[in-house]
Design a protein around this ligand. Structure first.
Ligand code: SAM
Ligand code: SF4
Length: 332
């Protein structure tokens, strides 16, 4: 195994890469996208071969975990083959994917066979009409069938992701926990982040904190604090009533996790984002295209980029937008 590591200027080891494989999506979730999104033209996005080359370089430099995301990763043609290629990189410990689940009934089996280790599946409501309202286009039946297909395919420790919005789905929190327990899934509740301008609602008004989510869950279950960590914005708890599942709370507005941040993100345009809440970035697509067949140039650009990784983000609950890019561009 290669013993190279990526280290930023605050001595944080960066060994986790989140890669957006497309900005496109079959849903238009109200917190993520505007209704009439314009997507990137093909020539501006990385080819699958380029995504693979970048993954290969990062793994050579010490990346041990890659998460493929988007947009909706499963709407990109060829994504299963890309997973197979990346999963075969010998030094990679874990290949994960975050998906909205809409295509999983057909693709869960092929993804498992391709070597994907774990899935996160987004689910914000168990009510078909509300699900449609929050995703604007989504079909809840298909997503639940996709979740069941992931379990049937053999995926373990699948995690549900739920963005909680005041007045929209906060009253469903315990039903979602109960759904997760029934299917033996982990579940994380996410605070909405101010990424991109949206007109559908005021983010400040819909904000629902992780503390409030925990208070509601404590009305029905016994929460046990857990020290488990992924070095990111998640904090984990267990339930006395269902000790096998992990309950996560993703609170991006808190800064507690910045000191141990181990991750960077690659947009589908090939821009390496050093922090979710800041604009610091490096154009790796330009380096890749200017120096074909010269992986050492790419390695140097990646190593140099570590110098501009900011110490912390600056999200503030009361600000509507601090970062102009949408989550689908960012690779949530
Ligand atoms: N399409 C896939 C999905 O929905 O799971 C992957 C990409 S999506 C951008 C990744 C995660 O980001 C989803 O769980 C989604 O709920 C979350 N997300 C999107 N916009 C967000 C926002 N403004 N604040 C917090 N979470 C957001
Ligand atoms: Fe699509 Fe995921 Fe964004 Fe929803 S959260 S619009 S599913 S990319």
């Amino acid at each position: 195994m290669s013993d190279r590591i990526l280290m930023d200027s605050f001595s944080r080891k960066v060994d986790y890469l989140r890669m957006s494989v497309t900005d496109r999506c079959d849903f238009r979730c109200v917190y993520c996208m505007a209704e009439d999104m314009e997507f990137l033209p093909r020539q501006r996005i990385l080819t699958l071969e380029e995504i693979y080359q970048l993954a290969e370089r990062f793994v050579a430099l010490g990346t041990r975990k890659i998460r493929l995301t988007g947009g909706e990763p499963l709407v990109r043609r060829g994504v299963v083959d890309l997973c197979r290629q990346i999963a075969a990189l010998p030094d990679l410990r874990e290949l994960c994917m975050t998906t909205n689940g809409s295509q999983l009934s057909a693709l869960a089996g092929p993804l498992f066979d391709a070597g994907v280790n774990r899935l996160n599946i987004s689910l914000d409501s168990l009510n078909p009409e509300r699900f449609r309202e929050l995703t604007r286009t989504g079909d809840l039946t298909k997503v639940i069938a996709g979740i069941d297909a992931a379990n049937a395919a053999g995926f373990q420790r699948t995690k549900l992701n739920c963005v909680v919005m005041k007045g929209r789905n906060d009253h469903e929190i315990n039903d979602l926990v109960s759904f997760a327990i029934d299917r033996q899934l982990d579940i994380s509740f996410i605070e909405e982040m101010p990424l991109g301008t949206i007109l559908e609602h005021s983010r400040a008004e819909s904000f629902f904190s992780s503390d409030q989510v925990r208070e509601l869950i404590a009305e029905r279950y016994t929460l046990i604090d857990s020290t488990e960590s992924t070095q990111g914005p998640s904090r984990y708890w267990r339930l006395a009533e269902a000790p096998d599942i992990r309950l996560g709370f993703i609170s991006p507005h808190s800064h507690n996790f910045c000191a141990t941040c181990n991750r960077v993100r690659l947009t589908v345009e090939g821009r390496l984002l050093l922090c979710l809440g800041n604009e610091h970035s490096v154009d790796l697509k330009a380096v890749l295209r200017a120096h074909p067949g010269q992986p050492e140039k790419l390695e140097k650009a990646i190593i140099d980029s570590m110098r501009i990784k900011p110490y912390r983000h600056n999200f503030d609950v009361n600000d509507e937008v601090q970062v102009v890019r949408f989550m689908n561009m960012t690779g949530g």
